[in-house]
Design a protein around this ligand. Structure first.
Ligand code: SF4
Length: 249
């Protein structure tokens, strides 16, 4: 019997990404997300029925065009979104094709989706960019609309499998700048030797116009970008347990 490959719904592709993992990266923005982060700058990726359809091989044909740039720079492919793991079967197929080509794979995820296919994907994943939106469960729920616990269980599994992980934290004044919980997150991450880096990302409003175009209420219109002092303060908290921390100050 001939196996029919699943189609993936893709929002967009970026062939020379430099901010979603090491080196030069082919970034695949997958369509669909169930979280509703208040600071999301890609709300146009939420709707699971939108996007362009690609077979795994069609996407791979695009990816391999940039293989030499990725290999030369220590880069690879990053699946982001949206939430890439909503389309786990598709990501699994493309990840296998990447590995056949010797291309490194990173997944940028909220860690909310969990099933056997996700576990299998992680066997082909070189780096996970795990977005932890807050460590206080109540704030997390306010920020994202969903519960924090799946993300922490996901993190536990990454440790168990010793998968290289970068934790991403978006600093939003008056929303995610609860410093006690930043300290608790920093202490928690101290128990995860597989977390090789923390990326502190300052909130920005570059996606605000998309919320307006989609007719959605953007609650952060009056929120300012974090000050350099606040970024420095939070960076130091994350650094105090010896982790490497990058910050876009
Ligand atoms: S998980 Fe990412 S794509 Fe989904 S709502 Fe949050 S920031 Fe947006």
């Amino acid at each position: 019997m001939v196996r029919v490959s699943k189609l993936g719904r893709i929002h967009s592709l970026e062939s020379f990404g430099t901010v979603d993992g090491p080196g030069i990266r082919f970034v695949v923005f997958m369509q669909g997300c169930v979280l509703r982060c208040q600071f999301c700058h890609n709300p146009d990726t939420w709707d699971t029925t939108k996007g362009m359809e690609y077979t795994p091989q069609q996407l791979m044909d695009e990816i391999v065009l940039y293989k030499s740039y990725m290999n030369f720079s220590g880069g690879g492919v990053t699946f982001t979104g949206g939430e890439p793991l909503l389309q786990a079967e598709y990501i699994l197929e493309v990840s296998k094709l990447c590995k056949e080509q010797g291309i490194s794979v990173a997944i940028d995820t909220s860690g909310f989706v969990w099933n056997d296919t996700v576990k299998e994907i992680l066997e082909y994943t070189d780096l996970v960019l795990l977005d932890i939106k807050n460590y206080d469960p109540l704030v997390y729920k306010t920020v994202t609309g969903v519960s924090l616990s799946p993300t922490l269980k996901f993190l536990d599994y990454l440790k168990e499998k010793n998968i290289n992980t970068w934790v991403r934290y978006v600093l939003v004044p008056n929303l995610t700048d609860n410093l006690d919980s930043v300290r608790q997150l920093s202490d928690h991450l101290d128990h995860f030797p597989n977390v090789s880096k923390i990326e502190l990302l300052g909130f920005h409003k570059m996606g605000e116009y998309k919320w307006k175009e989609l007719g959605l209420e953007y609650k952060l219109s009056d929120t300012k970008e974090p000050s350099k002092e606040l970024m420095k303060q939070v960076k130091e908290i994350f650094e105090c347990n010896g982790k490497v921390v990058s910050a876009n100050v």
